[in-house]
Write a new protein. Sequence first.
Length: 296
Amino acid sequence: MDVLNHLEEESIYILREVAGQFDNPCLLFSGGKDSITLVRLAEKAFAPSKIPFPLVHVDTGHNFPETLQFRDDLVAELDAKLIVGHVQDDIDAGLSQDETGRYASRNALQTTTLLNLIEKHKFDACIGGARRDEEKARAKERIFSVRDDFGQWNEKLQRPELFDMLNGKIHSGENVRTFPISNWTELDVWNYIQREQLQIPSLYYAHKRDVFNRDGLWIPVSDYVKMGENDEVVSTNVRFRTVGDMTCTAAVLSEAFELENIIKEIGSSTFSERGARIDDKRSEGAMEERKKVGYF
């Protein structure tokens, strides 16, 4: 509990710094456990007032329906402002193009939609739920991570953050991605969810689902995933450790039907959280390549 209290206090401090240093911030909300945790932290940071910035969701059109329903229910409960950007709109406008082939996904297409939202609404800070323990490119991020006027990130040009001093000064056209839970681990998030009794999408709990195994990953069957002739569908108990686009998010075999079992499972796991993200396996530096051009 002492660790969680320290992490919570640090995150609340960061959120208040964002509100104090920037003119028009937003909170990037995916409907996953990390952004749900961010929302609770924002509630605490600004209570008794409402969260003072909108929630922004980039909808690929291939999201899990359970996630979208959870998003809408949470927004209604909080009486929060929700801004949704649709990848399909950018495809229709010729700004993005659907991938083809066996591993086709819309995950990378979120970048164009996000950058368009930032430009349209003039956001100068986007609060995200990335954590340094997720992936090596995430570990390079500062808490205040500057993006240039093209939305690009240069890992070699980052500001020092000494003694918890956060520098939010930016030039015209630039924006900042801010990461209040950078120092949290996956297990910290789950322990916090348990402590705060937070509701989460049912996808995180073990449930029976049709899946097929490809390259060692259990891929959920959907209209958006291209299956091969040799892909064999099985119905078994699985759950998801991350929640993203259905085309890039694999499940894990699990019997964790309760939150306590999830925490035990994560504590003993030797399989990384991002190990179930198909898009991270395209190349050794897949995440970093996407981040450089504006990805979350």
